[in-house]
Design a protein around this ligand. Structure first.
Ligand code: LUZ
Ligand code: MOS
Length: 756
């Protein structure tokens, strides 16, 4: 079963926003942004730009007919800055011109005077200044103060993780075409069409039903278009509303790098308490999240960090507190894992430090503390299965860890500068939006009179293959070839009030909705067939594009049945709604069952570090992944490989640097921001899918588990494997637990320098 878009992609025939033929009279937008990280706007003069050839209009905050607000959770985000600017790259004015070139050139003729204010880049500094987006939030269980007195070992430390650029291939883009009256049609490269719709309506002061948002597919997103596609789409809507002409906006790569938020950097303090065997009794952690200038999704991301504060381990006494710290960086946002990876890195760092300080091998501490069936997470939910320990044990077998460790020791004793390292990385990730209300989806299915099937859902195709999965499910219900089905664009008029395609849940939720709708139609069709054959409907079913009566094929084909049903005036369309069952969460006690299930697995990573140069290679990654009963193994494998490499990139070479005084992003081109390429890809990646927990009907998708985010965290293992190789070279003291472990950091750590 392949990814149905592959052929279009390979031939270059897939349509992205930038490829849509421009309607007659389309204006091109370019956005004037702040070049100062924090300041008071003293004056803004757009008159010269307005007089520039081809310029039709320059829009500023005062032109907004509705609310100048694009916030979704906390309302602190202006579309266009009014009195103050809060980050470099903050939009201030929109130029609309006949050509893109004219729009960009006119930007140079806008002048803005700003009185610079002090810029804060460091989340801990922001916290000291009281710059928190919301009050701190704490998850706890047991009694850490009492339990810490009983610990034989108490390990304290700090850990830092850096940000990460999404680097979707398609930059942020949108096209808005005005319709009759005040109606607008926006084509947006967004994961959240209903967000774009709602916020565009609010900014324009229109009812939501006048704004239609349509999404064909995205050229990648990774969370970067969950919330941050919205401003650009709303700008085209504002331009179209004010001029009556279509407006198109496609960000240049450099603008996209500077103007949009990234994965949140975290700075964390931890205290880990263990008994003398290595059993973890206490975990205390404080996360200082670098939220950026406005809230965006930061509070939800922090919440997911708290949910994942203990990683894959059972700890009886926990206190985890998170701070959303407002800084003068572009608003940081959703990114595959959504705060989970940041929390898991801190947990692994603490265990590693405990190993260095106690001499107990790190994998012994890890293994001894893995979550067992029936144990509970700090938020009260019971872990129902044994997939963490079973994936660990299978991964040890798959990677021959005992033999591999022996070989590594032998290699390291024979080699002076090249050293090898190995690490184990268990992952356990909760599936569902942490906010229960978002866990709903809908589908609209039509069967046409020729027997072809059209499916619309709230899911957005961004390369992950969600449409392929939905088509498989629909084809399966009707027992017809997949090519007889089609998934339409995601459109707010066909599917209303949808959740963003996020939280790894789009296939589960939208696939189930599609399945319910298809079954409804199948039921009606079989009723028609039972009339034709004058038999009980229970005896009839669909198989191989035919109606079957018990064990025998009838002479009524799928196409004939559909036509008969139509002639019989049967409704061949159905709309269905799906709400993930069994989830609830009480924010007053911070307890509940927020996740439909967890996805677990373990990665074993082997690396070679050149301790003279600081460079490294990822030699081999063995992964055991519990994916349920797989619906589409090829897509699952693709998601794991991609997520693994993206995770490895986050903890190794992807370094976002900001000028600490001005807040300017320094890694603002692909020459200075390095991402893994094909030659950095591990020489060997072995993925073993293991069966495990059986999901209830209607949870997961036909027994398969969500795949998008969990495998990202396998990549964290690379950081610890590199560190272990460095220890083989003679690094004794615990290092700074700081990611990414760039080659510079390897060298500076080995030479005792400090590269902060
Ligand atoms: N988005 C969101 C997410 O709004 N809530 C979540 O819990 C979530 N989790 C992962 C990725 N995106
Ligand atoms: Mo996301 S991090 O948009 O699931």
């Amino acid at each position: 079963m392949k990814h149905f878009d592959a052929e279009l992609h390979v031939k270059g025939k897939s349509m992205f926003v930038g490829d849509i033929p421009e309607p007659e009279g389309t204006l091109h937008a370019a956005v004037f942004t702040s070049s100062c990280a924090h300041g008071k706007i003293l004056s803004l003069d757009t008159s010269e730009a307005e007089a520039f050839p081809g310029v039709i209009r320059v829009i500023t905050a005062k032109d907004i007919p509705g609310e100048n607000e694009i916030g979704n959770i906390v309302l602190d985000e202006p579309l266009l800055a009014e009195k103050t600017v809060h980050f470099t790259g903050e939009p201030v004015a929109i130029v609309l011109a006949e050509t893109r070139c004219q729009a960009y050139n006119a930007l140079n003729f806008i002048s803005m005077e700003v009185e610079e204010l002090e810029a804060v880049v460091d989340p801990r500094v922001a916290a000291k200044l009281g710059e928190l987006i919301v009050p701190p939030r704490t998850f706890s269980c047991g009694n850490t103060e009492r339990a810490i007195r009983e610990c034989a070992h108490v390990i304290r430390g700090t850990a830092e993780t850096g940000g990460q650029e999404h680097l979707y291939l398609e930059t942020q883009s949108a096209l808005c075409v005005p319709g009759e009256g005040d109606a607008l049609h926006i084509t947006s490269s967004t994961q959240g069409p209903s967000f774009v719709q709602k916020i565009a309506a609010g900014v324009l002061g229109l009812p939501i039903h006048l704004v239609q948002v349509d999404v064909v597919r995205l050229g990648g997103a990774f969370g970067g278009k969950e919330d941050q596609a919205t401003p650009w789409a709303v700008m085209t809507a504002l331009g179209a509303h004010l001029t009556g002409r279509p407006v198109k906006l496609v960000l240049k790569r450099h603008e996209d790098l500077v103007n949009t938020g990234k994965r949140h950097p975290y700075s964390s303090d931890f205290t880990l308490g263990l008994d003398d065997c290595g059993k973890i009794l206490v975990w205390e952690v404080d996360y200082y999240q670098n939220s950026g200038a406005v809230s965006d999704l930061s509070t939800a991301i922090l919440e997911r960090s708290l949910f994942h504060c203990t990683g894959s381990y059972f700890i009886p006494n926990v206190r985890a507190t998170g701070y959303c710290c407002r800084t003068n960086l572009a608003p940081n946002t959703a990114f595959r894992g959504f705060g989970g990876p940041q929390a898991m890195f801190v947990m692994e760092a603490a265990i590693h430090k405990a190993s260095v300080e106690t001499g107990i091998p790190v994998d012994h501490i890890q293994k001894m503390n893995l979550m067992k069936p029936g144990e509970r997470f700090p938020y009260g939910m019971e872990f129902p299965c044994d997939e963490i320990r079973s994936s660990w044990n299978l991964a040890e077998e798959l990677a021959y860890t005992e033999k591999t460790r022996r070989n590594i020791r032998k290699f390291n004793s024979d080699s002076r500068y090249l050293k090898k390292g190995i690490s184990m990385m268990p992952v356990c990730f909760g599936i569902s939006f942490a906010s229960p209300f978002l866990n709903q989806a809908s589908a609209l299915v039509h069967v046409y009179t020729d027997g072809s099937v059209s499916i619309s859902t709230g899911a957005v195709e961004m390369g992950q293959g969600v449409n392929s999965r939905i088509r498989q499910v629909a084809a399966d219900v009707f027992s017809i070839p997949v090519k007889r089905t089609r998934v339409e664009s995601t459109n707010t008029t066909r599917n209303a009030n949808t959740s963003p395609t996020a939280a790894s849940s789009a296939a589960d939720m939208n696939g189930n909705a599609a399945q319910i709708a298809c079954k409804e139609i199948r039921g009606r069709l079989l009723e028609v067939a039972s009339g034709i054959f004058d038999c009980e409907v229970e005896n009839l079913h669909l198989k191989h594009s035919n109606v079957w009566n018990g064990e025998k094929a009838t002479d009524l084909s799928w196409n004939q049945l559909v036509m008969k049903a139509y002639m019989n005036r049967t409704d061949l369309s159905s709309h269905a709604h799906y709400a993930t069952p069994g989830i609830h969460f009480d924010k007053t006690t911070e307890k509940g069952r927020p996740f439909a299930y967890h996805v677990s697995g373990t990665a074993v990573t082997e690396v070679t570090v050149d301790c003279m140069l600081g460079t490294y290679r990822i030699d081999r990654v063995n992964i055991v992944h519990h994916g349920g009963s797989l619906l589409n193994p090829l897509l699952d494998r693709g998601q794991i490989e991609g997520a693994l490499l993206q995770g490895i990139g986050w903890v190794t070479m992807e370094e976002l640097a900001w000028d600490s005084r001005s807040g300017r992003l320094l890694a603002d081109t692909l020459a200075t921001y390095k991402v893994p390429d094909i030659s950095f890809t591990p020489d060997e990646v072995n993925i073993h899918f293991a069966e495990g927990e059986k999901l209830e009907d209607g949870v997961g998708l036909n027994g398969s588990k969500a795949i998008g985010e969990p495998p990202f965290m396998y990549g964290i293992g690379a950081w610890f494997a590199i560190l272990n190789a460095m220890r083989a070279f003679g690094l004794k003291a615990p290092p700074d637990y700081t990611a990414p472990m760039t080659p510079e950091r390897v060298l500076m750590t080995l030479t005792g320098g400090n590269n902060n």
